[in-house]
Design a protein around this ligand. Structure first.
Ligand code: PHE
Length: 387
């Protein structure tokens, strides 16, 4: 309570100071442009936030070294969501109300972006998620496009379709079981999207088993699945659970490949004892570190030099998202939130690391996906799937 009062008081004071300035809007007077990033830097999905933050920071360094945006330097303010919905909401509120950011970047996880999206709408501050793929992040349940919310990645109806087609055509599987995380909007949506395409192509979904996030024992679901003798198992979850699921599946004698989506992308997925369990499995993703086009190679090398590790899809999407924000502010010619929102919605053919980015009417980016195969613990490029 005390903290709340102090916060309110500080807010009030800032409000008075701004209105005394008489310019109606603090950004115009500031000599920096503030961008807020809310990210899972700790907790269950910490590698998501850490990699995104590194990608964004690399972009900010480059942009600032090249003179900034509208002659001003970018000031990046990062808030930790600790991988929880509660802190995601607090972080978004804080960045908007206390810091007065021009644009919000984040989150990776769809469930966390879904918490922040209504806040961005209410506060009329543009929000750009680098990597949340659930459709409802930008278009609400009633089918209304959220005016202030955008993304630079493809969405799960596409990602689910990609993997279903891949399973049917490239792997010639016919009978698949699904194991999804019921507490995760991303996972539930992707399972549904995969099933729809796979069944429409004449494939059979033997079962759709579910677990709840933070579960560590999947043996009962996996035993049921094993007894149905599927050709493959689709596991649209995050790396934390997928590693355990793979390990336990192998322990139970399941040898068929597991298939998944971008949520698998983490250096933790195949660490140590998990390496063998995931050998020969496949997942869909936004980017491949093996892409040899000059631009992507330059990014990958620069990232490696800066951080001593290779970028993941989130690093590349964070980098692209920051550049798109800089481009939108430049085109808007100001940091006015309506002008920046409009400029974001008009993003067209922006040459990103993850492909050419055009923001469509649903505020999504239509892009190709890659399928990666896990070989000796590494994510190796296998195929590109066009929209
Ligand atoms: N698309 C995932 C989600 O919505 C997040 C993610 C993106 C994870 C990219 C890894 C890589 O929830």
């Amino acid at each position: 309570m005390y903290r709340l009062i102090t916060l309110l008081f500080a807010g009030l004071l800032a409000g008075i100071m701004i209105s005394c300035g008489g310019n109606g809007g603090n950004e115009e007077e500031s000599d920096v442009i503030k961008i807020g990033h809310f990210a899972s830097l700790q907790g269950d999905i910490a590698t998501f936030g850490q990699q995104t933050d590194k990608g964004i920071k690399l972009a900010v360094e480059e942009i600032n070294a090249n003179g900034g945006v509208l002659g001003k330097q970018i000031q990046l303010i990062t808030e930790d969501t600790r991988s929880t919905t509660q802190d995601a909401g607090l972080a978004a509120e804080k960045l908007i109300s206390n810091d007065g950011v021009t644009v919000l970047l984040g989150e990776v996880a769809s469930s966390l972006s879904l918490v922040a999206a209504p806040i961005a709408e209410r506060e009329q501050v543009p929000m750009l998620t680098p990597s949340s793929t659930n459709p409802e992040v930008t278009v609400d349940k009633n089918g209304n496009v959220r005016k202030y919310v955008f993304r630079v990645c493809f969405i799960d109806p596409f990602q689910g379709k990609v993997m279903a087609k891949f399973a049917k055509e490239n792997l010639s599987t016919q009978r698949i079981a699904i194991l999804k995380d019921n507490a995760n909007d991303y996972s539930v949506g992707l399972a549904k999207n995969f099933r729809e395409t796979f069944e429409a192509m004449g494939g059979e979904i033997l079962a759709e088993q579910a677990f709840e996030a933070k579960q560590v024992d999947f043996k009962s679901q996996l035993t049921d699945i094993r007894d149905m003798n599927p050709d493959a198992i689709y596991v649209p979850g995050y790396y934390t659970e997928v590693s355990l699921i793979a390990e336990q599946a192998r322990d139970l004698g399941i040898t068929v490949p597991l298939l998944g989506g971008d949520g698998w992308d983490s250096p933790e997925l195949t660490k140590g004892k998990f390496k063998e369990a995931l050998e020969g499995c496949y997942f869909s993703n936004h980017y491949s570190v093996e892409d040899t086009t000059a631009k992507v190679k330059a990014f990958t090398e620069k990232y490696d030099q800066s951080y001593g590790e290779l970028p993941g899809a989130m690093s590349a999407l964070g980098y692209d998202a920051m550049y798109i924000v800089a481009d939108a502010i430049t085109r808007a010619g100001s940091t006015d939130s309506e002008a920046v929102t409009k400029a974001l919605s008009e993003t067209k053919d922006f040459p990103g690391i993850t492909g050419n980015i055009t923001i469509d009417e649903q505020h999504n980016a239509e892009k190709s996906a890659v399928v990666l195969m896990i070989k000796e613990g590494k994510f190796t490029y296998f195929a590109t799937m066009e929209p």
